[in-house]
Structure formats: structure tokens, C-alpha cells
Design a protein around this ligand. Structure first.
Ligand code: SAM
Length: 284
């Protein structure tokens, strides 16, 4: 019988934020795979856990997954932890989980802290729906494209950021998104836990004179509805409606569904779209 991979969430700052189940699983597992064994030893010795550890991180995640799969297949139970919070969430673990599923190995999650969720609960913003983007790509086209995507995001956008990159990220967000409202959550669950709500321009000025320290989660509020609508309308203003219809039909949509889609995207009634199509067809 093969063993089980346990995905265990660990504290994001306060050592008391750990569940009884995680502690039991860490004690009973045959092996603990840690992102950084030296870092995790602090937590493990605090709770008097002496299970053997091995490293599993971003750079050995593909090759090491094979080794861990062999151990799981031979019947060992392995607990996966990262430096802080929930594995997989902007952290290593996804390759290993996929390999487990491919090999018929049981995976279970032992939930607990996650900086993104903790930040959201503290933010004070309407967070019924939100878009989690994790870390922005560091530079180049990928970063530019992703920042452009954020502009049309209708939900609050949540980002992780390291202190040494915070100033640049705030400046880029301000340049691309304009002066939106942002909530900056710092050092969650730690002594210097802090929540700051301001505009992006205020955040840029603040961190011009204050060196960012600690760990950060950023939540940028969405653009006002009218701004999104104005932008979408300006894109469609450049494309004749009949051309859009032809493109959708060439892509395989039937005429009725294409007109319905166009009405939605252009904020028009279906009747007006139908009328505009009739007129354009009459002119052809
Ligand atoms: N897997 C983790 C989780 O569940 O939240 C996230 C790991 S990611 C590599 C680390 C990032 O999470 C940090 O750069 C920071 O953006 C955020 N983070 C982690 N702990 C935090 C804390 N105590 N306060 C604020 N942000 C934190």
C-alpha cells in the first residue's frame, strides 16, 4: 500500500498559528519535506517534533519529486511544509501533487494559515470575490502584460510582494492603474502587524521616505464600474459591429450567440445589436 502526501499549512509569523492536526501529522509522518530545512527546524523544535526532514524547494522540485514519489509508493507517509503558510500558494508543491495523482498516490490537505486569506479578512474591503495574482513577474514583457491585465480586472486584486521590490511595484501599479485605492497589509500575525489604506499615489510617496521592512500583501481595489465600461466601449468603438459579428461567426459561433455576446460586451440591448446588424447587412 502506498503512503499519503499531507500538505500541511504552517504559521506565517506567529508560532501559535498551527492546528492540532498539523502537529499530529508532522509527528506521525515518516518524513517531512521542507522548503528550507534550517528555517523549519525552528518550528519543529518549538513543538518537539523529531521526524526526519528533507529539502523540497523551487529549484529541486522536479528531480526531487521523483525521489519522494518512490518513497510514497513504498508506503511512507510524507508531510510537505514550506517556510510559511499553505504549500502550493505561491510556494512549491504543485509538481509533487501532480506526480502523486499520476501515480495513484493519496494526497490530502491539512489546512491552516495563508497570508492571502489573512490579509483579505483584515483588509476591510468587500472581498466576496477577489482575484489572486500572487507575485508579479519581476520584469520584461511578462510583467508589462500582467500589469495591463490588472487594469480591466473587475475584482479586488491581491498580490504578494517582497520588501525590496515593493517601491517598484507600487510605482508600476500607480503608472498603469492610476490613483486607485490600495490596502497594504504588513507583517501579518507578527508584533508589528499593520494595515494601511490609502491611494496608490500616497503609497508611493510614503515608501519614498520609509524603507519597506517585513512581508507585504497588497490589495488593490477595482476601477470604478464607469471607468471599466468607458475603456471597454473605447476599444469596441474602433471595430465595426458587423466585423465583430463576422469574426465571432468565423470562430464557430452561431449568429444568435454571437449577437448575444456582442450585446453583452458593448453594453447594448440585443434589439439594438440586431437592428445594427440588419442595417449593416442591407448596406453590403
Ligand atoms: N504559501 C504562503 C501563504 O500561504 O501565504 C505564501 C508564500 S510566498 C513565497 C511569501 C509571501 O507571502 C511574502 O512575500 C508575502 O508577500 C506573503 N506573506 C507571508 N507571510 C506574511 C506575513 N506574515 N505578512 C504579510 N505577508 C506575508
Amino acid at each position: 500500500m502506498s503512503g499519503t502526501l499531507y500538505l500541511c499549512a504552517t504559521p506565517i509569523g506567529n508560532l501559535e498559528d498551527i492546528t492540532l492536526r498539523v502537529l499530529r501529522v508532522l509527528k506521525e509522518a515518516d518524513l517531512i519535506a521542507c522548503e528550507d530545512t534550517r528555517h523549519s527546524r525552528v518550528l519543529l523544535s518549538h513543538y518537539d517534533i523529531h521526524t526526519p526532514v528533507t529539502s523540497y524547494h523551487q529549484h529541486n522540485r522536479v528531480q526531487k519529486a521523483g525521489e519522494l514519489i518512490e518513497k510514497l509508493a513504498s508506503g511512507l507517509n510524507i508531510a510537505l511544509i514550506t517556510d510559511a503558510g499553505t504549500p502550493i500558494i505561491s510556494d512549491p508543491g504543485d509538481v509533487l501533487v501532480q506526480r502523486c495523482y499520476e501515480n495513484g498516490i493519496r494526497v490530502t490537505s491539512v489546512p491552516g494559515p495563508c497570508a492571502g486569506i489573512t490579509a483579505l479578512t483584515l483588509s476591510g474591503i468587500d472581498s466576496g470575490r477577489f482575484a489572486f495574482y500572487g507575485f508579479l513577474p519581476v520584469k520584461g514583457r511578462e510583467r508589462k502584460d500582467l500589469l495591463a491585465d490588472l487594469k480591466s480586472e473587475k475584482m479586488p486584486v491581491e498580490l504578494y510582494e517582497a520588501p525590496h521590490k515593493l517601491k517598484k511595484t507600487l510605482a508600476d501599479l500607480y503608472a498603469v492603474l492610476g490613483d486607485r485605492s490600495i490596502v497594504i497589509l504588513r507583517e501579518l500575525t507578527k508584533v508589528h502587524e499593520e494595515r494601511m489604506k490609502c491611494s496608490l499615489s500616497e503609497a508611493v510617496s510614503y515608501y519614498d521616505t520609509t524603507e519597506p521592512k517585513g512581508e507585504f500583501v497588497l490589495i488593490v481595489e477595482p476601477a470604478p464600474e464607469e471607468e471599466i465600461r468607458r475603456e471597454e466601449d473605447s476599444v469596441f468603438a474602433e471595430i465595426p459591429l458587423i466585423t465583430q459579428l463576422q469574426e465571432y461567426m468565423a470562430a464557430g459561433m452561431d449568429k444568435k450567440s454571437a449577437m448575444k455576446q456582442i450585446a453583452k460586451e458593448r453594453h447594448m440591448s440585443r434589439r439594438d445589436v440586431y437592428q445594427a446588424v440588419l442595417e449593416a447587412e442591407a448596406e453590403e
